[in-house]
Structures are given as C-alpha cells and as structure tokens.
Ligand binder design. Structure first.
Ligand code: CA
Length: 242
C-alpha cells in the first residue's frame, strides 16, 4: 500500500526520489480541534461588522491570513479592500471572541502521529496561517518537546499566506530541505493547494465538514478521515517511503 501514490508523486514532479526527513504539520484542524471555534468566531464577527460569512465558508477559506479573509469579504460586500484599521479592529474582535470560547482540545490521534514521526527519526515543524499567540503558546504546553520556536512558521514569518506556497517553502528553507524530502499534513483545501504548489507530498486529513473531493481536488496525494486513522497507518506509510 501507498507505493502507487508515492510513485505518482515522484513522476509528476520529475523528482529522482522521495526520501522524507521532516513532516510539516498545519496547526488548526490538524493538531488542535479548533476549527469549530474559528468558524463560529468568524461568522459572529462578520455579522457584527456587516460582512457575511457562514461557518461552512470559514472552512473553505481556512488557512488564509486574517487580512486576506477580511479583504475577500470586504470586496464582496463593500466593493473595496478593508482599511488597515478595519482589518486590525475586525481581527482583534475575532481573536477576542475565539479566546472567550473554551480552549480547543488536542486533535484526537495527533499525539500518536507526532510520537511515531519522532520515532521514525523525522524532524517536526508546524506551518500555520494563524498568528494567534494563544494557540502558538499552547503548542509547547500540549505537545511538549516537539515544537521549539524555530520549528514554527506562522503568519508573522511570511508575506503571502496559504494558498500561496510561501509558508511551506519557508518551512523547507528553515529545515534546509528540498520538496521531495518532506511531507505535509493538512486539513484545509487552501492548505493542500499551498503544499502541492510547494511540490511537497501532501497528506490530507479530513477533520472538518467538507467532502473529500474538496481536498483531493486540490491535489492531495493521500487522504485519511482523521488523525487517528493516519496514526494507525503511519508505520505502513513510512515503511514504503524510507
Ligand atoms: Ca488547518
């Protein structure tokens, strides 16, 4: 199993090999079960400011930076980009709403995946569109020893957020690796698009309400219904990769 997907990836990009040395994890919806809270806070803050976004739409836009999301809605509703001041105000309110909700739980199965990645001798990095300090600091508390500050690429490190490949290219650069030496784990369509554009082998975990086609359509190389399902298959997958 998995050999076909790996061969297809290698030949699609014309690489000589696939030899993973690191796994780049997206954060929300992969390491934390935080997307329901993000989706409801976005929906609420948008209606407060006269913009409109349904929770399902929040999942479709997941991975974008806050500024990009706000501008998309602002253009649709007001026919113009939001001002810096509007973006700041809306995002501050979104963060306030998000932080008023109970802390998001660790994603079931994520700890088992991280443990196996470490055991396999692969490096670990997180690449997120979020800049929310609360979640970034929770990485160390919830997954101690896995994510040193230099192992995090957040919205503060890049000019262009997902779906631009820049965040994942930045992750590769920080690790000194080539695309065929890494694996991305993503849950969002735009995150998959970013990783695929960075030419990295992309594993989608469908932890939200969207159909699998939303992730496969963006070019995911493999898909699992949950992080727990991925954890169960990790050994077999990695045995075919190393
Ligand atoms: Ca995500």
């Amino acid at each position: 199993m998995y050999r076909n997907e790996i061969d297809r990836y290698v030949s699609k990009h014309g690489f000589g090999a696939f030899s993973p040395k690191a796994v780049l994890f997206d954060m929300d919806g992969v390491l934390f079960d935080s997307m329901p809270h993000h989706a409801s806070s976005w929906a609420k803050v948008c209606s407060e400011f006269g913009l409109h976004m349904t929770p399902t739409e929040a999942y479709m836009h997941e991975g974008r930076t806050a500024a990009s999301t706000i501008n998309l809605l602002s253009n649709r509703t007001w026919g113009r980009n939001a001002t810096e001041a509007e973006i700041e105000k809306i995002y501050a309110e979104k963060c306030r709403l998000f932080n008023s909700l109970p802390e998001a739980e660790k994603m079931p199965g994520a700890a088992q995946v991280l443990e196996q990645v470490k055991q396999a001798g692969l490096q670990i990095m997180v690449v997120t569109g979020s800049g929310q300090a609360s979640l970034l600091s929770r990485l160390e508390t919830n997954y101690p020893g896995y994510f040193a500050p230099e192992r995090i690429v957040s919205s503060k490190d890049v000019r262009h957020g997902k779906p631009d490949p820049e965040p994942y290219l930045m992750g590769l650069k920080k690790l000194g690796l080539q695309p065929w030496e890494a694996i991305v784990v993503e849950n969002a369509p735009l995150g998959v698009r970013a990783a695929v554009a960075a030419q990295i082998f992309t594993i989608a975990v469908n932890t939200g309400p969207l159909p699998e086609s939303a992730l496969l359509g963006e070019g995911a190389n493999l898909i699992f219904p949950s992080m727990s399902a991925f954890a169960k298959q990790f050994k077999e997958f990695i045995a075919n990769s190393l």
